[in-house]
Write a protein that binds this ligand. Structure first.
Ligand code: NAD
Length: 507
């Protein structure tokens, strides 16, 4: 049985493994490995390594840090297939989708290669006579990332490339459901020339998370996962005086206006609703049919789903893989019965899917629940599986109101041929990421990713310019190299106002 353990101070760290978890291949249902769960002492060892590595790493020149990031970029490209295979084997998504995940993580490494430009400060000459002011951004110290199962490569890469590029050292706590990719990432980071201790991985569960949240030497925590845990992370880490960004769950609405290209919209709904078996925080989970276009959408979605191949991620013909665990599959499937009990109708039932694969896999085919209303549990809960709910409304106003009243606010999309409606949607919709005729509006790496409301606790989004801000703190320096020795003649508060005496004695 494969054993997956920690990575501390540039090498694998075999812990006491008093506690461990099971890792499964979701396509076969068989256990494929065992992952160590870190104790408090093991988290402390990782943080100690990161703390020890920080002074030298923050003093490493931008040129050298940039060179290691370029090397990491090459290594991720060279090992993209291997990373993808690990994702497929423990998460279950199909190979082409796993390749997309690796590519989106790589985008952030490429953005981080421009760190020299991104870290440039500002300078004002002669703010007061002979007095110059400049600003700089400095790293925080040891920072941590806690990540979910659904993107075992991409979400860690939303965090650590910028965290280390800006001069911090990093401790990653990946999901215990698909931990292997984190160790390959650690090997690549080491091979790229990042010094020992700059990047560490602790595997585990709540014990490891709680130690991260309260460890006095951790300055900041980035979290991505479900809303309940995100709220807990935000509250706990903030109380401990840490900087926090905690991204939570989602219920993304895809609004279709009757003037949209309905064939295109139906294809997009199938892709965004059932891709990665709906286990994406940016998956479309509520389809909002405006002004009577619902029936045609249902028919088109049914026709597409009839041709959709569900099977193991290793099979090139598979378009959708299994769910991550049998418990999660059962929970997701239970929403069909819940929806029927609430008065909705099951238009596509995926509970007995035809699979070209091992029947013991954690399978659930695409599901469409029609006539869903706002009060139903299938509408209010994040289901996080291949279950699309269809809500029918009369107007764009109704659709905007629906999204506004929903507690989440990650992504929202509109499909329309009307630029005015799209512009209104962009302005008024209550969500952090908006798609216009784009169903999964995940921003490119040089923008930042983040939702609103219960989809993000904290001020700054991840990666892009917000990522640079999150992992650095500002400093403003006022300096004088002229008239040194000239005595200050006033005890007034320093000012550069013409009548006052400035801090530096200038006027
Ligand atoms: P999760 O919240 O169960 O787990 C996320 C991380 O928190 C894991 O590392 C896990 O070990 C840890 N954890 C779980 N329960 C904990 C607890 N009680 N106390 C402390 N730590 C705990 O999420 P998941 O099931 O791995 O991932 C799916 C969720 O993540 C979905 O809700 C999805 O919407 C969300 N997600 C959000 C985004 C986003 O960008 N907003 C991106 C990806 C996933």
């Amino acid at each position: 049985m494969k054993r997956i353990t920690h990575w501390i101070d540039g090498k694998p760290f075999i812990g006491d493994a008093e506690r461990h978890g099971k890792v499964f291949n979701p396509s076969t249902g068989a256990q494929s490995g065992e992952v160590d769960f870190a104790s408090v002492a093991e988290v402390d060892a990782a943080v100690a390594a990161a703390k020890a590595a920080f002074p030298a790493w923050r003093a490493t020149s931008l040129a050298k840090r940039t060179a290691t990031l370029f090397a990491l970029r090459e290594l991720v490209v060279a090992h993209a297939g291997e990373l993808g295979d690990l994702i497929v084997s423990e998460h279950g998504k199909v190979k082409s989708d796993a390749a997309g995940e690796v590519a989106r993580g790589l985008d952030v490494v490429e953005f981080a290669c421009g760190i020299a430009q991104l870290l440039k400060g500002e300078f004002s000459e002669n703010a007061s006579t002979g007095v110059n002011v400049h600003s700089l951004r400095q790293p925080l110290g040891v920072v941590a990332g806690i990540t979910p199962f659904n993107f075992p490569v991409m979400v860690p890469m939303w965090m650590f490339p910028l965290a280390i590029a800006t001069g911090n050292t990093f401790v990653l706590k990946p999901s215990e459901k698909d931990p292997s990719a984190s160790i390959l990432l650690a090997e690549l980071v080491a091979e790229a020339g990042v010094p020992n201790g700059v990047f560490n991985v602790v595997q585990g569960d709540r014990v490891a998370v709680d130690r991260i949240l309260t460890h006095p030497d951790i300055a900041a925590v980035s979290f991505v996962g479900s809303t309940a845990v995100a709220r807990y992370i935000y509250e706990t880490a903030a109380r401990e005086g840490k900087r926090v960004q905690a991204l939570g769950g989602a219920k993304n609405h895809m609004v279709v206006l009757p003037d949209a290209d309905l064939a295109d919209a139906a294809e997009a709904a199938v892709s965004a609703g059932f891709g990665s078996a709906g286990e994406r925080c940016m998956a479309a989970s509520v389809l909002v049919a405006v002004g009577g276009c619902g029936d045609e959408l249902v028919e088109r979605i049914k026709a597409r789903v009839a041709r959709l191949t569900v099977g193991p991620g290793t099979d090139a013909a598979s378009e959708m893989g299994p769910l991550v665990t049998s418990e999660h599959r059962d929970k997701v499937a239970s929403y069909l019965g819940i929806g029927e009990g609430e008065g909705a109708s099951v238009a596509i039932d995926g509970r007995e899917p035809k699979i070209a694969g091992d029947p013991n896999g954690f399978w659930l085919g695409p599901c469409l629940i029609d006539n869903v209303t706002e009060d139903m549990k299938v509408y209010t809960d994040e289901i996080f599986g291949p279950v699309l709910s269809l809500v029918r409304v009369d107007t764009l106003d109704d659709a905007l109101g629906l999204i506004d009243r929903n507690g989440y606010g990650n992504g929202a999309a509109i499909f329309t041929g009307d630029g005015g409606a799209a512009q209104r949607f962009e302005t008024e919709v209550d969500a952090g990421m908006v798609g216009i005729n784009v169903a999964i509006p995940v921003p490119v790496a040089y923008f930042s990713f983040g939702g609103w409301n219960s989809s993000l606790f904290g001020d700054l989004h991840v990666y892009g310019p917000d990522g640079v801000r999150f992992y650095t703190r500002g400093k403003a320096v006022t300096s004088r190299w002229q008239n040194i020795g000239q005595h200050h003649s006033s005890l007034n508060f320093p000012s550069s106002a013409p009548s006052g005496q400035s801090a530096a004695g200038g006027k």
